[in-house]
Every structure is written in C-alpha cells, then in structure tokens.
Design a protein. Structure first.
Length: 142
C-alpha cells in the first residue's frame, strides 16, 4: 500500500505527521495483541515464575547497554540496544548450554533436571528477542 505522499508525488512535514499519526495507533494495537498472546501463553503454560531468571535478564540487558555504548553507526539508541539484547541472548544461550553439558546432571542423564536446566538456558534468547520486538514496534520510519 502506497502512502499519501507517494501517491501524489510530494512530501511535506504535515503529510509525514499525518501518516505517523495514522500508523501509531495501529502499531500500538498490534503490540498489545501480540504481547497479550505471549502473556496468555505464559500464564496457561504454567506461570510466570518459569520465565523469570534474573541472571539471564541482567546478562542480556548488560550486553544491550554495552552495545549502545560501543556500537558505531547512525542507528537509534533503541535499535542498538535491541541488537545488543539479541546478541546477549545468543551468548547467554551458549553459556547456558556449556554449563549444562559440564554439569553432573548431563553425565547421569537425569532427564527431568536436564529439561529444567535447558529451559532456563533458553531464557536469555527469549529475553533478547522480546526486547527487540518491543523496540521494533516503537520505532517510526519516515
């Protein structure tokens, strides 16, 4: 679908503002629907306590902040933070899997404990992609 300015061949500040005002409520509604679905799935799947791991969250947020400070380019702070959070999620996943493989539960093949450890190991990746999804829905492109 072409925008108003593309259809009529001119661009002004007011047409950009009008397009942004029309686009923003749609993005907010979409964000609320998707986040509502994720929260509902978490609640029906067993509760929020399974999805909260403070060390994983701190790792992802710290790498996100480090990416904001260290990354070069013209991207916004939110974009740099989101990219850093995804990188932090992947690093956290690798750290978690290395710790799981080194643990005695892996050698003894204690399947219930192994499954619980793997689910906690995947949380940083969930945190990273959730952050970039929220950031992407906030950003406006002109």
């Amino acid at each position: 679908m072409n925008s108003f300015s593309e259809n009529f061949g001119f661009t002004s500040f007011w047409t950009l503002e009008l397009e942004t005002m029309i686009e923003t409520p749609t993005r907010i509604i979409g964000l609320v629907i998707v986040l509502g679905a994720v929260v509902a799935a978490i609640n029906y799947g067993g509760g929020q306590e399974k999805f909260l791991d403070i060390p994983s969250l701190l790792l992802v947020a710290t790498i996100g902040v480090g990416n904001v400070i260290g990354a070069k380019g013209d991207n916004s702070i939110l974009t740099k933070f989101g990219d850093g959070c995804v990188r932090g999620g992947w690093i956290g996943l690798l750290i978690g899997f290395i710790l799981i493989i080194d643990a005695p539960i892996f050698a003894s093949m204690n399947v219930p404990a192994l499954g619980a450890a793997m689910s906690v190991g995947m949380l940083p990746l969930f945190y990273g992609y959730t952050q970039i999804f929220i950031n992407a829905s906030r950003l406006r492109k002109y």
